[in-house]
Every structure is written in C-alpha cells, then in structure tokens.
Design a binder for this molecule. Structure first.
Ligand code: PEP
Ligand code: MN
Length: 342
C-alpha cells in the first residue's frame, strides 16, 4: 500500500501518518519525490485499513502497489532516485544526469599495487575507486583477500588520491568493517540472495551497490533490493554484471537489456560491470561503450597495473592507460545523451 500525500503536506502531517501506520504494527517508509511525498507501507499481514488513513489531513489517496516489490517500484516514486556519495573530491551522484565510473583492481593485493593503480587512474578524473578486501572465490585455495589490512590500504588510497571507496562485504563481520572504512558497501553476485546479509546492509548507514546474481531474474534482483530498502536504507544502486548462459565465448553474458527493463519498473539507479560481464580484457571497452549508450547510470571497471600477475580476475583487467582511453570514449558517448562523466 502507498499513501500519497498532498504536494504541500507539512512535515507534521507526514509524521502523523507514519505514526498511525507504525502504531498499527506496520512499517512506514516516507519517500520524498519532486512533486509530493509518498509513504510506502510494509510489514502488513493482509489488508491495510485504508479508511482511517485516507481521512487524515494531508493525505490525497491510498493506492495498492500491484508489484511484489514495493519500495523499489516506480509506483512509489515516479522520478529517478539519485544516490549521493560524499568523497574527499566532492559528491558523486549516481542516477542523475551524470554517468559514474568506478575503477580499480578486483582485489587489493598489496599496498604498492593499490597505490600504483590509484595513481594510474587518478588522471582520468573519476572519483570512485574499487578493490576487494574480502573476495568470494570459487576455490577455497584461491586468494581470499587481505581482510581488514586491505581496508586500511583502501583508506590510504582515499586519503592520498581523494577517491570514494567501493568495496565488498561477504558476511556480517566484514560488513561491520566495510561500513566503517568504505563509502559504498558492495554486495556481490554470489550474495544477492543472502537475505540476512541484505537485511544487515539495509541497516547500514552507507549506500549499497547490489550486484545481480549469476542466474537471477529481474524480479529476484529487484526483490533483493527490496530487502535492503525494507530495513530503511534507500540508498541502493543496482549493478548488472552478466548472467550465466550457454554462451562460452565470454565468462558471462552481459545482459544490457536489463537496464531499460529496470528503468521501467524501478526508480533505482543501475550501473553495468563489463569486466565480470565478459571476463575478457578485449571486450571491456566495447561493452563499456554499449552500457553507457543503453542508459546505464555508471560503469564499474577492473583495472590492474600488471594484469598477467593479478591474484584475481587478471584476464578481465585492463591497464591504467587503457582505462584512460576508455573514459575518453565513454565521455563522448555520454555527451550524446546529454550526460557528463563523474
Ligand atoms: C567483484 O566485483 O570483484 C566481484 C566479485 O563481482 P561479482 O560479485 O559480480 O562476481
Ligand atoms: Mn573481480
């Protein structure tokens, strides 16, 4: 259920409606929009008593949300949501008029490696740096990440180069630490349906970058975002990173059709990861161009100073020099769509 407030409803009227909802044992989610505030209701078992809410001052109407996802839905909020990420170099907005770029290695391997890559991409003007301190690996014998030590290195990258930091949490313990050190909490593809982790991320005070699961349908993807939002964290960025298909010419099949599909159903921003989406270095540039052309709100690209020696995902990592070329090309494509790069 969705309570639509009048355009000029006061804070007090909105608060009173929220209190009425909460006192009936449900959860109220006031979502301000450009024209008016809508209040999403979750946690109701069965029908909501619409009569009492509709009679309250400042309320225009109560409308049922037809989709299984409520807070994620465009029915709740017509205009695009913009997630703001404060960084030492200024605020990065994802979902607005600019296209955000996140770049860095798959994993933080050493301090020297992270700082060298950061130095290599600093000239591009991008403001968000990525790198995993906790790596979900297929084999338990593969490099698992440096843990908190990796987060400290990322902190140094932030201080030296002014980047905002995006890094993955794989469980509750790592999420506690990632929340402390990073600017954006990444939830990886393998954890997209780890519901207890999604709820924990929903209680975090940082934006969440939620990657699509390896075989997740669009509904499942949006329901995962709903988990985060239902706990009160509305700062969610979706990320398409390829799904598993019969195709064997690339690691995954990058599903760019999901971008306009998400835009139709949801107000949330969506980024594209052409690195995991293809798994091949030579496909990262063309798919980055395509991602921006199809309307993605950002791209996430793996960059390494020595890809052949990388401890993870070297085959899909590009050199800093190639990354600079990539940002120049996508900047021009974004400009055609009247968007800038940040
Ligand atoms: C990553 O970003 O390095 C990563 C592990 O991504 P995904 O969860 O999409 O595989
Ligand atoms: Mn990776």
């Amino acid at each position: 259920m969705l309570v639509v407030m009048e355009a000029h409803a006061t804070e007090e009227q909105i608060r009173a409606v929220c209190q009425r909802i909460e006192s009936a044992g449900m959860k109220a989610h006031p979502i301000p929009g450009a024209a008016r505030t809508a209040i999403g209701i979750t946690g109701n078992n069965g029908a909501v008593d619409v009569g009492t809410l509709e009679g309250m001052s400042g309320v225009v109407e109560c409308i049922p949300v037809s989709k299984p996802f409520k807070l994620v839905s465009r029915e709740l909020k017509q205009e695009n949501s913009v997630v703001s990420i404060p960084t030492p170099s200024g605020t990065v907005q994802i979902g607005g008029n600019s296209v955000a770029v996140v770049a860095g290695p798959c994993a933080i391997e050493t301090r020297e490696q992270a700082l060298a890559i950061a130095a290599g991409i600093a000239d591009s003007g991008v403001k968000l740096f990525r790198g995993g301190a906790y790596k979900p690996r297929t084999s338990p014998y593969s490099f698992q990440g440096l843990g908190e030590e990796g987060l400290k290195i990322l902190n140094e990258v932030r201080e030296r180069y002014g980047f905002g930091i995006v890094t993955e949490a794989v469980d509750h313990e790592s999420l506690d630490l990632v929340e402390k050190y990073a600017d954006v909490i990444q939830i990886g593809a393998r954890n997209m349906q780890n519901f207890s982790l999604l709820k924990r991320a929903g209680r975090a005070k940082r934006p969440v970058l939620l990657k699509r699961g390896l075989s997740a349908t669009l509904d499942e993807f949006l329901m995962a975002a709903e988990y985060v939002m239902s706990e009160g964290n509305y700062q969610v960025i979706l990320c398409e990173r390829g799904v598993r298909t019969f195709a064997d010419h690339s690691r995954n099949t990058l599903d760019l059709t999901v971008v306009p599909a998400v835009k139709r159903l949801s107000h949330l921003p969506i980024m594209v990861d052409p690195s995991h989406g293809t798994g091949r270095r030579n496909k990262v540039l063309p798919l980055s161009r395509a991602a921006v052309a199809v309307g993605a709100d950002g791209i996430l690209v793996e960059v390494h100073n020595n890809p052949d020696q990388a401890l993870s995902d070297g085959m899909q990592s590009i050199l800093p020099s190639e990354f600079l070329q990539l940002t120049e090309e996508v900047r021009q494509i974004a400009a055609v769509l009247h968007r800038s790069l940040n």
